[in-house]
Write a protein that binds this ligand. Structure first.
Ligand code: SAM
Length: 462
């Protein structure tokens, strides 16, 4: 591997020994540059600069190690990204936070690097998923319980009338309509039989693992066993010609895969705390966090709930509650009452330009930036002094205007007291990153074009 900062073989050996004593896992360290910046005992700012200048694309690298591959999640970032910053900027035993944790990539990386991981999210699927991905479980025990669930579900299915009665009783009217629209009658019976069987698992962590295995047969790019054609890239479309596979068979297949995945999770004594919490008002004390690595929703409003609803309705959530929750997502297009925020010059100018073309789009952007201002303010409050925050975000094009989300957020962060150490660009691996449906109708190919790149904003609380 080439490096801008070559070191001799002897230095490398000495450094490896030094790092071994510091309990770093050598195999996981990323590149020579990172090794050398640690070796040189550089300050946090220099280390952050070196990391931002280093490899951030990670194309072709395997992102399916540890428990990362338990379940699909829109706009999940490659685990190598938080890994590089966690290992380069913190020590074992430090506390790493992701206030918009999604599928928990940052918290998983924190615990496998012997740091503590705290994650916040308001999305019920993100919370379930992160809690399952960060809890090591005994694979033999899980295997036995998992195949027990399949056997119980088969027995339940043999008694069609019981299942039919339960289907008629369990859901409120709007949820029932949703299920009838998106799931074939056979599939409904199979899914409900699995749900009833997994509800009988008494250990909450084990049950969570099975709930996620269950969910992962529905929330997939192809729409899984639902009748949706695509849950990843567009508004879901009903495909009446789709012949969904048997849900029990899919569960068995996914179970085998997820058993391997969870068995790979090794935490070495630290743990993760995935919590329900709004990033705009974090339930965390001042100056308590050693590093933040996070990726907020994009300004063009990714609609997580649209896909997540498909499995959450089976796990006890009603469509009405889920729709209400949608408006609390950062980036949601529902422009409610919000105070006029004074922005720094760059975001102010972009909002003004956009407003000349489309007032309602300008209001959506202003709301997004105001909400992200609240998140950045909270990030600043909970970080210790000399601790970094890494914010990974893509820009958006609205009415042909590149809203430069990264530059706007960097300027807002600076007004809040952050030292903006740098903004690096990374290119998305289009084959890997599942980009989800967005709010509203958009056919602007510029948006797709922009989504090839995203930006890594490196901030330091002085
Ligand atoms: C781009 S995703 C994060 C993906 C994550 N980095 C991963 O690797 O899976 C953004 C997340 O922000 C969450 N989010 C949106 N609004 C939020 C809020 N007000 N408070 C906390 N999380 C929020 C969404 O639910 C979503 O899970």
């Amino acid at each position: 591997m080439t490096s801008a900062y070559p070191i001799t073989e002897r230095q490398r050996v000495e450094l490896k020994e030094q790092l071994r004593l510091m309990a770093f896992d050598m195999a996981q360290l990323v590149d020579d540059k990172q090794l050398q910046t640690i070796q040189m005992g550089l300050g946090k700012r220099e280390r952050l600069t070196a990391l931002l200048d280093g490899e951030l694309d990670f194309h072709g690298e395997n992102g399916a190690y540890a428990s990362h591959d338990l379940h699909a999640f829109a706009a999940k970032f490659p685990p190598q990204l938080p890994r590089a910053f966690i290992r380069g900027l913190t020590q074992p035993g430090d506390i790493v936070l992701d206030p918009m944790m999604g599928s928990g990539t940052t918290v998983v990386e924190a615990i496998i690097a012997e740091r503590y991981g705290i994650g916040l999210d308001i999305d019920p699927l993100a919370l379930r998923l992160s809690s399952a991905k960060t809890k090591p479980l005994n694979a033999d025990h899980l295997r036995e319980a998992g195949f027990g669930i399949i056997d119980s579900a088969k027995t339940l299915l043999a008694n069609k009338s019981v299942i039919e009665k339960e289907l008629a009783r369990r859901f409120d009217e709007p949820t029932r309509k949703f299920i009838d629209y998106w799931f074939a009658p056979n599939t409904q019976r199979e899914l409900l039989a699995l749900v009833i069987a997994l509800e009988n698992v008494t250990d909450a962590y084990i049950r969570r693992f099975f709930e996620l295995t269950f969910s992962s047969i529905i929330v997939t790019k192809s729409g899984g066993v639902s009748r949706a054609r695509d849950l990843a890239h567009s508004r879901p479309h009903l495909d009446p010609t789709k012949n969904p596979k048997n849900a029990l068979d899919q569960f068995a297949l996914r179970l085998r895969k997820n058993l391997i995945s969870i068995a790979r999770l090794k935490t070495n004594g630290t743990s993760a705390f995935p919590l329900v919490g709004d990033a705009r008002c974090m339930p965390l004390p001042d100056s308590s966090i050693d590093l933040i690595v996070t990726s907020p929703p994009y300004a063009n409003a990714i609609d997580y709930m649209r896909a997540h609803k498909f499995s959450l309705v089976w796990l006890g959530e009603s469509t009405v509650n889920l729709s209400e929750l949608r408006s609390r997502y950062i980036g949601s297009e529902r422009v409610g009452q919000h105070k006029n925020t004074a922005f720094p010059p760059k975001p102010e100018a972009i909002i003004r330009r956009l407003s000349e073309r489309d007032k309602s789009k300008a209001a959506i952007l202003a709301k997004y930036l105001a909400e992200m201002g609240m998140v950045l303010c909270e990030m600043h409050r909970v970080l210790r002094n000399d601790a970094a925050a890494i914010v990974i975000v893509g820009t958006s094009v609205m009415r042909d205007i590149d809203v430069e989300t990264h530059n706007c957020l960097a300027e807002i962060a600076a007004t809040l007291g952050f030292d903006v150490v740098g903004v690096a660009k990374r290119t998305l691996d289009r084959n890997k990153r599942m980009m989800p449906a967005r709010f509203g109708r958009r056919s602007d190919s510029m948006i797709e074009q922009r989504m090839h790149d995203e930006y890594v904003i490196g901030l330091l609380k002085p």
